[in-house]
Design a protein. Structure first.
Length: 71
């Protein structure tokens, strides 16, 4: 398991540091942590992004995030 840099999944993904699939690792780490935050907060997602992820799936969230990337 990689060291926690303090950056959320969303920040690191948008910066191009990690692949989208890392969301699974972040979700698993949250599940085993005792941090008093929601999964959405832990990942750094906003309500719209969380809703798309839960209601539609990974592809919908990835599309929203990819639209925010600075190329």
């Amino acid at each position: 398991m990689e060291k926690d840099t303090g950056l959320k999944f969303k920040d690191r993904y948008l910066a191009g540091e990690i692949d989208f699939e890392e969301i699974d690792d972040y979700s698993q780490r949250w599940g085993f942590s005792d941090e008093p935050v929601t999964l959405r907060e832990y990942l750094g997602l906003n309500a719209e992004e969380e809703d798309a992820w839960v209601s539609i799936g990974d592809d919908a969230l990835k599309e929203l995030l990819d639209g925010q990337k600075q190329f």
